[in-house]
Write a protein of this length. Structure first.
Length: 206
């Protein structure tokens, strides 16, 4: 390590939410690196005070203000709080950026692990694109999103309390989001994951 320098090591959890997206790492308002699902990154910074946060799209974590001494190694963890049943209401969490993505200190002895059994590309490939789109695109994303959008449109925007109107809008949104949107979402995620795997192999071959 260079003189008057310190290390920041960031561990990212492995989970379904944002699994195919990278988080941008910011130090003192400057983007200096990215971190993928289940990865860890070591960043070298000058000793002294720094402000650190991570960001994806418009969602960013709370800012951590640290004061590092020469040769110090600071360990942090990042990920999303949208796990388990919370994933059903994932759309609403887009309005709560600190929930969508977080950055915090890694406790002594704490281990970052695969907490949601996220499958590797080789395992996903065995499922096949049709079943993948059905499970992850239509069932896990399309249907919940369709229901949430229907409730939002009827009771918040239109302020309608008619059961018939709600049922009709629910059917429409389910068709749009589950069949069309869900299929498109699943296909895009399949292609992104495949492309990331191919690029990773090319980098390893260099």
């Amino acid at each position: 390590m260079d003189k008057n320098m310190s290390n920041i090591i960031i561990f990212r959890t492995s989970q379904r939410i944002n699994s195919m997206r990278e988080y941008a790492i910011y130090v003192d308002e400057q983007k200096i690196n990215t971190i993928g699902n289940g990865e860890q990154k070591k960043i070298q910074v000058p000793q002294g005070k720094h402000e650190i946060y991570i960001k994806i799209d418009w969602c960013k974590s709370k800012k951590l203000n640290v004061n590092l001494i020469d040769g110090q190694e600071l360990k942090l963890k990042c990920g999303s709080e949208i796990i388990g049943l919370k994933q059903v209401f994932a759309l609403f969490y887009l309005f709560f950026p600190h929930k969508w993505v977080y950055l915090d200190y890694l406790s002594e002895g704490e281990v970052i692990c695969n907490n949601e059994n996220v499958k590797s590309w080789s395992e996903i490939k065995k499922i096949g694109i049709t079943k993948y789109i059905l499970k992850y695109g239509i069932i896990r994303w399309g249907i919940p999103t369709g229901i949430i959008c229907s409730v939002f449109m009827q009771f918040i925007i239109y302020k309608s309390h008619s059961v018939i109107d709600f049922l009709i809008s629910t059917v429409i949104f389910l068709l749009l989001f589950s069949l069309l949107g869900g299929s498109l979402f699943g296909f895009i995620m399949w292609e992104i994951l495949k492309k990331r795997t191919i690029n990773s192999r090319k980098e390893n071959d260099v």
